[in-house]
Design a protein around this ligand. Structure first.
Ligand code: CTP
Ligand code: MG
Length: 220
């Protein structure tokens, strides 16, 4: 079955700030988007990588992706969910790995775990345990939350394209932060596989600084 990695890169990077959308900013010597693509493009079990970009960003994307075989960029929407839906509409049936451009260091072993788990599930997502105590409340705490079975969910997330299309249709206009929640809401079975600290999403400037340190120390 065809495996396509769909990298969503149509956001505006508000929380990182700095004018240029973060996916086009240089992280060390290469842009965030280029790093995210390069981490997946050579994987032996991935047939193609496609990229979803913001409207009017063709020149920036072409520069960031020069020489990489990713086909024509797909134009995304105002919300991440819309960008994913536009991407899904542009790819054939098979398996899709939906991935954030904001996660530049995907280890190949995570892709292997996801594709193995997908053989017996409708979807598969990389997760990590929650280390800190989680508490409820506002200015005064009202309790803590059992964290034994709580996870931080990362991307790439693996699905059968038809299942994800069905789940998105079922969800209608209900917004979800990621695709696994849409699949679960549609009654489909999503497996967890072990994630990786290097899959951390770069959201704020401290995430960015940490990523630069990892590159400088040759740890990624
Ligand atoms: N994304 C997208 N289309 C959108 C919004 C987000 O393709 N309309 C993508 C981003 O480019 C990013 C991924 O979804 O690769 C995860 O989103 P996030 O880290 O929130 O990035 P931004 O939305 O760009 O940042 P912010 O929320 O701080 O504005
Ligand atoms: Mg966002």
């Amino acid at each position: 079955m065809t495996v396509i990695a769909l990298i969503v890169a149509a956001g505006s990077g508000q929380r990182l700030g700095g004018g240029l959308p973060k996916q086009y900013r240089l992280l060390g010597s290469r842009s965030l988007l280029r790093r995210a693509v390069e981490a997946l493009i050579g994987h032996p079990r991935i047939d193609a990588v496609r990229v979803v970009i913001g409207p009017g960003q063709d020149a920036r994307a072409a520069e960031a992706l020069a020489g990489l075989d990713v086909g024509e960029p797909i134009v995304g929407g105002a919300e991440r969910a819309e960008s994913v839906a536009n991407g899904l509409a542009a790819i054939p049936d098979g398996i899709v790995l939906v991935h954030d451009a904001a996660r530049p260091f995907c280890p190949p072993s995570v892709v292997d775990r996801l594709l193995d788990a997908l053989q017996s599930h409708d979807g598969a997502v990389p997760v990590l345990p929650v280390a800190d105590t989680l508490a409820k409340g506002d200015r005064v705490l009202t309790g803590t939350v059992e964290r034994d079975r709580l996870y931080r969910v990362q991307t790439p997330q693996a699905f059968h394209v038809e299942d994800l299309r069905f789940a998105l249709e079922e969800a209608g206009s209900r917004r979800a932060t990621d695709e696994s929640s849409v699949l679960i809401a549609a009654g489909l079975r999503v497996a967890t596989v072990e994630g990786d600290e290097n899959l951390h999403k770069l959201t704020t400037s401290s995430d960015w600084e940490r990523a630069e340190m990892l590159i400088a120390a040759q740890m990624v």
